[in-house]
Design a protein around this ligand. Structure first.
Ligand code: HEM
Length: 309
């Protein structure tokens, strides 16, 4: 298996090393609110945050890249990381991307693909002579690459749909299990800008807009889960399940303010997609199971960074 250090080094080689920042999703902003499951969601899993009582949430919206100075109008995937505070004092995290699928199926492919993405110092672009053949051998990367190349900058972090991408097994109170994939659907609808419009709004427009919006009106997302049918791939984050699968509206996230508690005074905030709770289980997806190891490398590096306030 590829080593987590190699994965983070490869990301650093694309985006640069930025002490004190996340290796990926370096630029982002924190908000807070609460999540409430629907009765239909409660029927699918006995998980503590899915019982219908509101639970507190910390949410971090981000741009996918590892350079915290990259302008918000750049074309890239966006992230939404949700931490829910459970009644027993534990937490669960739900980490999602604006892409419909991931680029690769294995950590080794991630490392290889990321190394190939490194811009050539002369042209500022990836070396297509090497990337081309790799893409030919890896058609599964197509949907994620096409989506990220086509993605216009969003009008707002509140107007993006974010996908959990991996499959998780949800088990109900009476022990019935189903494989699901979740997404956060924006109540305000999806909206994008063309590059020129976004540029006029400035390099940090997404960071400021979300707070202004929350000050003005409620910002909400619907949690929608798609249920696997027999034979749908459970361990392949590049494979999109067909649109006609049953979906359930499982909950609603309402964002109401700034998060004033986390990432202050040296607090290290970590979102880990494998931090699940009873009633939700991980699939054997190699990418899902590799992520916490790679995140730990990034977390150790950013927590130990000498320029941290
Ligand atoms: C092998 C695959 C992947 C690698 C190596 C990787 C690497 C990383 C790293 C190093 C970080 C920074 C962690 C930190 O310092 O806290 C990060 C953050 C993040 N990743 Fe990934 N990632 C991978 C796959 C994914 C996938 C499949 C998703 C979505 C389903 C995703 C969504 C995110 C998000 C939203 C964040 C930001 C979390 C935050 O705001 O703290 N990543 N990733």
């Amino acid at each position: 298996m590829g080593m987590p250090e190699d994965a983070v080094d490869a990301i650093n080689d694309v985006s640069g090393r930025h002490p004190g920042h996340r290796a990926a999703h370096a630029k982002g902003t924190l908000v807070s609110g609460s999540f409430t499951a629907t009765p239909e969601g409660s029927r699918l899993t006995r998980a503590a945050h899915m019982r219908g009582e509101p639970v507190r949430a910390t949410v971090r919206f981000s741009n996918g890249g590892g350079d915290p100075g990259r302008p918000d109008y750049a074309r890239e995937g966006r992230g939404m990381a949700v931490k829910l505070y459970l009644p027993d004092g534990s937490r669960t995290d739900m980490v999602a991307l604006s892409l419909p699928a991931f680029f690769v199926r294995t950590p080794e492919d991630f490392i290889e693909f990321t190394r190939l993405r490194k811009p050539d110092p002369e042209t500022g672009k990836p070396d297509m002579q090497r990337m081309g053949p790799w893409l030919g051998d890896h058609p599964e990367a197509g949907p994620a690459i096409q989506a990220s190349l086509a993605a216009e900058p969003p009008a707002s972090y509140a107007q993006v749909a974010y996908n959990g991408i991996h499959a998780f097994r949800w088990t109900s109170a009476d022990g019935e299990g189903r494989w699901v994939r979740f997404s956060w659907q924006p109540a305000a609808g999806e909206a994008a800008l063309d590059g020129g419009q976004a540029r006029e709004l400035g390099a940090d427009y997404l960071q400021t807009e979300i707070h202004e919006r929350i000050g003005r009106e409620p910002v909400a997302f619907r949690l929608v889960v798609r249920i696997a049918a027999e034979g749908d791939p459970l361990d392949d984050p590049t494979a999109i399940w067909p649109d006609d699968r049953e979906t359930v509206e499982a909950g609603r996230l309402e964002l109401t303010g700034q998060d004033s508690e986390r990432e202050r005074g040296g607090d290290i905030l970590v979102f880990d997609p494998t931090r699940v709770t009873d009633g939700i289980e991980l699939s054997e997806d190699p990418i899902l199971n590799f992520r916490p190891r790679a995140y730990s490398v990034s977390i150790e590096r950013r927590a130990g960074a000498s320029d941290r306030p």
